[in-house]
Write a protein that binds this ligand. Structure first.
Ligand code: GAR
Length: 205
């Protein structure tokens, strides 16, 4: 944890967050925007992706936040070294499509969170991500879906939940409409949850 001179609350301790993402980056965008508010307790110091040209890259460029591409050959130790270079305290995942190396999960135990677009354990596990989730929910004619923000352990979608929100989708006329409604809720809730977690971690010293 460091003092950040560029942050609006530079007299306070700011938690350094790395976003790991490989998608369009709407969650990254929301997390960064919130970090720029004056009551935010975190700063996004790096965006890490296993896809060199992921949409989230343009988000990093827009906010002038460093973008780091993780190569196939990068192991846990090299990712940990990269995060140390940026003094990262917490990792927030937003559609990071690779399982994190166990070494990294151990090194950041209790400091990695993920967002999943369903009420886990429903519609979770291998192969259940992004639009696959919404399509399955649509096919099951569910009247509701939701989102889960959870700690990350060494398996997919299995860590302890921090928050779950149920979302009424009776007004959604397609899987795309479900996706849009869930994403809207994600963009609102993920930054609030991350900020809360950062406050708790900082109060623990
Ligand atoms: C989000 O809806 C997130 O919940 C989902 O991918 C989307 C990423 O969108 N994550 C998963 O499915 C994780 N299993 P974004 O790239 O626009 O933030």
């Amino acid at each position: 944890m460091q003092h950040s001179s560029s942050h609006p609350m530079n007299h306070q301790h700011i938690v350094n967050v790395a976003i790991f993402a490989s998608g369009t980056g709407s969650n990254a965008d929301a997390l960064i925007r919130y970090s720029q508010k004056k009551d935010s307790s975190y700063s996004v110091v790096v965006i890490v992706s296993n896809k060199e040209n992921a949409g989230v890259r343009s988000v990093s460029e827009h906010f002038s936040i460093p973008f780091e591409h993780i190569q196939q050959a990068d192991d846990g130790a090299s990712i940990i070294a990269l995060l140390q270079k940026y003094n990262v305290d917490i990792i927030a995942l937003g559609w990071y499509m690779k399982l994190l190396p166990p070494e990294l999960v151990r090194a950041f135990k209790g400091k990695i969170i993920n967002i999943h677009p369903s009420l886990l354990p429903d519609y979770g596990g291998k192969g259940m991500y992004g639009n696959h989730v919404h399509m399955a929910v649509w096919k099951d004619k569910m009247p509701y879906t939701g989102l889960t923000i959870h700690y990350v352990d060494e398996e997919y979608d299995r860590g302890q939940a921090l928050i779950q929100c149920r979302i009424d989708i009776r007004d959604c006329v397609s899987p795309e409409a479900i996706a849009e409604k869930v994403k809207e809720a994600e963009r609102m809730i993920y930054p609030l949850m991350l900020n809360q977690l950062c406050k708790i971690i900082y109060s623990q010293g």
